[in-house]
Design a protein around this ligand. Structure first.
Ligand SMILES: [Zn+2]
Length: 117
């Protein structure tokens, strides 16, 4: 099994709805997010790649055009937790490349949330 990953950065604001007022994530705030796209395959293409890193630009375009410098509550249909962002990005990426196996989203250097099927 071959596996590759690439990181993408974006900055967005959000509010986690439904939390008690005493929880700081119930207030408007932002993160400098890192999304890591992971792809896996048993086979490689003629160049020896799972997918050429340069061909992952459509994923960067989704992040740049739909998430970066936006209020995530206006973009995602439900929760804007890191877990929910990872699932949203996974579904978008999986529609582009069947080799996508997981997406990780970090809000801080010490945390990540991951979605895979
Ligand atoms: Zn947050």
């Amino acid at each position: 099994m071959y596996r590759i990953a690439k990181q993408f950065h974006f900055s967005s604001s959000h509010i986690i709805d439904g939390l008690p007022d005493t929880h700081k994530c119930s207030r408007l705030h932002g993160h400098n997010y890192i999304a890591e796209l992971v792809l896996e395959s048993d086979t490689l293409d003629e160049f020896g790649f799972i997918v050429d890193y340069h061909d992952l630009k459509p994923f960067k375009d989704i992040i740049d055009n739909e998430l970066d410098h936006r209020h995530l509550n206006d973009v995602l249909p439900g929760s804007t937790s890191a877990e929910a962002i990872a699932e949203w990005l996974y579904n978008r990426a999986r529609a582009l490349w069947p080799q996508v196996s997981k997406v990780r989203v970090s809000e801080t250097t010490r945390t990540w949330a991951e979605y895979s099927e």
